[in-house]
Design a protein. Structure first.
Length: 312
C-alpha cells in the first residue's frame, strides 16, 4: 500500500509567510501605538514588501550583518534611486527595532547598516511669473475650473503637502480670519495664513461648485475638495491635476504639487521672511530641513552681498 507523502511548504515560502505576518503586525503597531498617518504606514509597508522578497530562503533570526549588508546592493540592482535605497534601509531599521522590542529578535543587526550618503538636491522652484501662469490655467467654463483653481491657489498660498490638502475639512477654514488649519505628519496641526486671492477663489468654489458636488453623495464628506462624484478627492487625483494644468500653462513638465510647496517657501525667504516663520508654516520639525531654501534663491544673497560687503 502506497503511503501518502506529507506535503511540506518550500522553505522560501515559509520564510516569506513568516516575514509577511511580522510585517502586518508591525504596521498595526505603527497605526495603533505610534499613531502614524496612513500614508506613512503604507510607505513602510511598500518598503518592507521588497525586504520580504529579498529575505525569502534565509532565516530571519539568524541574519548576520554581513548578509544584511547585501540588501542595499540588491535594492540598487532593482534600479532604485539612492534616496529610495536610503529610505528602505531606514524602514528596515525601524522594523528590526520593533522585532527586538517584541522579543522576536535578540539583536538588532539592522542598526549597524549605514545608508549611502546623499547629495543634497535643490528642489524645483517656479518663478513668480510661472506661478501666475499656472494659477490662471484652469479656464472659466471648463469642468470643475473653480475647484481646480482653488486647489492650486491653496497649494501655493499655504505651502501644504498634497496629503494635507486632500484632508482639509470645511471646519479647518476661516475665510474671515484668512487662515487654514493643516494636519501634518504625526497629526501635528498648524495654522497657516491665506492670502486674499486664495480666499476669493475658495469662496467662489464654496458658493458655486461644492454644493453641487456634495449633492452627489450622501452623506457628503466633510473635506473641502470633492471629486466629480462627490467623494473625497484623493491625493493621486491632485497630482494628476497639477501635471495636466502645468502642461496647459507651458510650465516645467516635471512639476508636482510639492513644487508649489518649494516655491511658497523660496518666495517667502526671497521677500525677507524669517527662516523660523517659514519653518513653522511648512510644519518642519527641524529648521535644518527648511534651510535648503536659503540655497535656492540667489538674488537675495546677491542683494545682501551688494549691501554689506565693502568690495561688492
Amino acid at each position: 500500500m502506497a503511503t501518502r507523502r506529507k506535503l511540506v511548504k518550500p522553505r522560501r515560502e515559509q520564510v516569506a509567510n513568516e516575514v509577511r505576518e511580522l510585517r502586518e503586525s508591525f504596521l498595526r503597531y505603527l497605526r495603533s501605538e505610534c499613531h502614524m498617518t496612513e500614508n506613512t504606514v503604507l510607505a513602510y509597508g511598500r518598503d518592507l514588501q521588497r525586504f520580504t522578497v529579498w529575505v525569502a530562503g534565509r532565516r530571519m533570526a539568524g541574519l548576520t550583518i554581513a548578509q544584511l549588508a547585501g540588501y542595499p546592493g540588491w535594492l540598487r540592482e532593482q534600479q532604485l534611486a539612492p534616496t529610495s535605497v536610503s529610505r528602505h534601509v531606514v524602514s528596515l531599521k525601524v522594523f528590526f527595532r520593533y522585532l527586538q522590542l517584541e522579543g522576536i529578535l535578540s539583536d538588532n543587526q539592522a542598526s549597524l547598516l549605514t545608508a549611502q550618503k546623499l547629495w543634497q538636491r535643490i528642489p524645483t522652484v517656479l518663478s513668480p511669473r510661472e506661478v501666475d501662469r499656472l494659477l490662471a490655467a484652469p479656464r472659466k467654463g471648463a469642468t470643475h475650473w473653480r475647484r481646480d483653481r482653488a486647489i492650486l491657489e491653496m497649494l501655493y498660498a499655504t505651502g501644504c503637502r498634497v496629503s494635507e490638502l486632500s484632508t482639509v475639512r470645511l471646519t479647518d477654514l476661516n475665510l474671515d480670519e484668512r487662515t487654514c488649519r493643516c494636519h501634518g505628519k504625526g497629526d501635528k496641526q498648524r495654522i497657516v495664513p491665506l492670502g486674499l486671492p486664495a480666499c476669493g477663489v475658495i469662496a467662489s468654489y464654496l458658493q458655486h461648485e461644492r454644493p453641487m458636488l456634495a449633492q452627489r453623495r450622501e452623506p457628503s464628506p466633510p473635506q473641502l475638495f470633492l471629486s466629480s462624484r462627490g467623494r473625497l478627492l484623493r491625493r493621486e487625483r491632485i497630482w494628476e491635476l497639477v501635471k495636466k494644468v502645468a502642461a496647459a500653462a507651458g510650465v516645467d513638465e516635471k512639476l508636482s504639487p510639492h513644487s508649489l510647496r518649494h516655491s511658497f517657501a523660496t518666495h517667502l525667504l526671497a521677500g525677507g521672511a524669517d527662516l523660523r516663520h517659514v519653518q513653522e508654516m511648512l510644519g518642519h520639525a527641524s529648521i535644518a530641513t527648511t534651510q535648503i531654501y536659503t540655497h535656492v534663491d540667489h538674488s537675495r544673497l546677491k542683494q545682501v552681498h551688494a549691501e554689506f560687503h565693502p568690495r561688492a
